[in-house]
Design a protein around this ligand. Sequence first.
Ligand code: HEC
Length: 474
Amino acid sequence: MQYHSVLKALLPYLLLSTSLMSALLQAQSLNSAVPVTYQRYCAQCHNEKIDGAPRPHNVGDWATRVEQKTDAQLLNSVKRGLGSMPAGGSCPNCSDQTLSAVIAWMKPRPGDIKQIADKPDLVKNLQRLNIPTGFQISVYADDIEEPRGMALGDDGIVYVGSRKAGKVYAVLPATEDHVERQVKVIARGLHMPHGVVFSDGDLYVAEVSQIIRFRGIDPLRGKSPAAEVVYGGMPKVNHHGWKTLHLGPDDKLYFPVGMPCNTCDYRSSQPLFGSIVRMTKDGKDVEFIAKGIRHSVGFGFHPQTGVMWFSDNGQDFMGDNLPPDEINRLSQAGLDFGFPYFYGNNIPSPGYDRPPKGVTPPVFELPAHVAPLGVHFYRGSMFPKSYRNKLLIAEHGSWNRTSKVGYRISTLNIKNEKASDYKPLINGWLQGESAWGRPVAFLELPDGSLLISDDKADVIYQLRYSPPRADPSL
Ligand code: HEC
């Protein structure tokens, strides 16, 4: 009995200490990239924008301050206090050096600010995006016409396909000689270049009817080689003709060939349509590894299994709620995904008799018309651990549904062969029935931040994460 009551008396302390422990552990694991001083003294206001405290790295919150104030002036504000910020930012004993380092960390990177300082509408729109606490979104590059596929080159250069403009851009990182990130056109006059891949110093670009290569490209040192055709002979049909291009874990190029229609059947006459193609970087050993796909505009390879997962856009004119858009899994070469005979979970499509056998259903049905384009397995360690190996989906949004859907980034948990827990990560590109932006594709940078292209707002965003408000008990 006595023993029992001692335990009972101790219980609250036991519970308290385990929750303290887990808070400490969590703070520790989240803290790695964040200055400790920031976490301890500044985060409580700045993570939550209390009284207008600028959020770290958030372009909109910082734009005018960084435009109008020098580093010395910013430091002075913190030392003396400003508005509801107490002197020293609540750390009276912090040295100037420490405070300056924290302020430097809090500011967005130089390239982010200047580029949009003259675009107040974009700054306002950015603030309409709903993102989970701890994430920050900023503009990585703008003034790119319809940015679509992206690839990371050497020296931190990001290559971008621009379908509408027929151009390929290079976003050059900020360096000492040019303080801001620079956007350069490196190829023009191309046929709907969407997908880009960079590998071993060469840039590969997917046009509608061919894959081309720029050998030894180096825009930082002014090297712009002529394009050579790696693989030609694909149909020159614009309808669903633009192509995503990625390198597989086997160092081969992968791209889909869309169906040239809303719905049609070319299985026997032109089996290339509706397929996914794989080949070496020299355009050899061409294989058709999947068929029966309407139009995939995004795919990725699972970081652990190497299996390809891809999005597929369902057909139009079957009403607001049919057919589902799809996330598919290509577990082995040669699978048939059923289009145009089946939609969604192998439901026979009206108007197509004599369906093929052995058709593979989608792994996950997305709502009709959300238009999943880019998909990406998150690999980095900047985002919270739960994001590792999650599938991110760029929903470009509906164009002919009675009330619009999509226009957001969503996530799926992937476990073995299953996908579940479909959730939005970022929305707000759609305001009422009018959209100011449409996400297309992803590129994860080595630091774990994520670039997202938007072909309506004509920008590339950067999504970062730093830990949310410190636990007050710390
Ligand atoms: C109690 C809340 C609070 C704390 C703690 C706090 N700040 Fe602030 N901070 C603010 C607010 C509010 C503003 C905006 C003030 C304004 O513009 O009127 C601000 C503004 C700033 C600015 C911009 C100054 C300017 O001249 O525009 C910097 C830089 C800054 N804080 C850094 C820090 C640092 C570094 C710390 C931690 C050492 C810190 N803050 C702690 C609330 C806080």
